[in-house]
Write a protein that binds this ligand. Structure first.
Ligand SMILES: NC(=O)c1ccc[n+]([C@@H]2O[C@H](COP(=O)([O-])OP(=O)(O)OC[C@H]3O[C@@H](n4cnc5c(N)ncnc54)[C@H](OP(=O)(O)O)[C@@H]3O)[C@@H](O)[C@H]2O)c1
Length: 263
């Protein structure tokens, strides 16, 4: 049964307290998984719609448990679901864009924060539609992104921030999300590589898993967390269980991430 209880109230209190002292948004990793921890594959939908509905309710509906102003996605997740590995049409002779971040007002109440260090994604629009959520696309680039790609984003009215030179500086990216876009709570929404790189850097406070009672045994699909050379390694991280609730055959698990408090 999904309900509010004293543990939830206690956690909200802790979240509020942590937000006050952090120079970044509160980050919760919210994912839907198979029983074996996989995050994609034929198991999807096999056990019915309940897990997907609960996943969406918790972080996207007005009365959901999490009240976040945006969600972060890795470049592969965006290409798989929204931009479909198309190549952006770039004007290589575009005039040089002003240096630094491109911050513009938005009409949307949520941001889709796209981790795209090299500037690869072929956005068609500055608006992303996920079920009934309409979100402003916001790109997180590094200095590896070209002038032509930044000009492409400006033309589409897609704001961007630069975080890092050769590699993504995730800590700086989150600081900018808080200070330039006033985001207080942000969902870390996968995939596996992005999740683990943030967790290992101490940039994720909480993990929320909606576990569907299905699996398919596919050996090649990603699980919840995946280390990638150059971005993360296999140093263990531990978690503290904060809540277990059920709805029908679906389990919702919440853990706090045990990490140093200086991030
Ligand atoms: N079940 C769920 O709730 C759920 C949610 C989201 C996604 N998914 C699934 O997860 C799968 C994709 O996951 P994935 O692990 O393969 O990919 P991913 O994490 O979505 O994206 C990985 C890419 O994002 C960029 N990136 C991520 N972390 C970075 C970091 N710390 N520094 C720099 N760049 C970083 C890199 O882009 P470049 O290669 O451009 O450098 C990297 O190759 C898809 O099948 C998707 O459908 C499932």
């Amino acid at each position: 049964m999904i309900n509010s209880d004293s543990k939830i109230k206690q956690m909200n209190f802790l979240k509020k307290r942590e937000k006050l002292k952090m120079d970044r948004p509160y980050i919760f990793c919210h994912m839907a998984t198979a029983l074996d921890g996989k995050i994609s594959g034929p198991y999807h939908g096999a056990a019915g719609p309940e897990a997907g509905q609960l996943f969406y309710h918790l972080a996207f509906e007005k009365d959901g448990f999490y009240q976040n102003q945006g969600w972060l996605s890795g470049r592969t997740t965006t290409d798989d679901n929204f931009t479909f590995y198309k190549k952006p049409i770039l004007d290589e002779s575009a005039p040089k864009v002003p240096a630094g971040d491109f911050v513009i007002p938005t009409e949307f109440s949520k941001y889709y924060i796209s981790i795209d260090p090299h500037g690869r994604l072929a956005w068609q629009s500055n608006e992303l539609i996920y079920q009934d959520t309409h979100a402003q696309v916001l790109e997180v680039l590094t200095d590896q992104a070209s002038n032509a790609y930044k000009a492409f984003l400006r033309k589409k009215q897609i704001p961007y921030i630069i975080a890092g030179d050769q590699k993504l500086d995730a800590k700086l990216a989150l600081k900018k999300l808080k200070n330039l876009f006033h985001l207080e709570t942000v969902m870390l929404g996968g995939g596996a590589v992005l999740n683990w790189s943030f967790i290992q850097q101490g940039l994720c406070d909480e993990v929320s898993l909606v576990v569907t009672p299905a699996a398919d045994g596919t050996p090649t699909t990603p699980a919840l967390f995946e280390a990638r050379e150059g971005l993360s390694d296999t140093t263990p991280v531990t978690f503290t269980l904060k809540g277990v609730q059920t709805k029908s055959n679906v389990v919702w698990l919440r853990y706090l991430v045990n990490h140093k408090q200086d991030n």
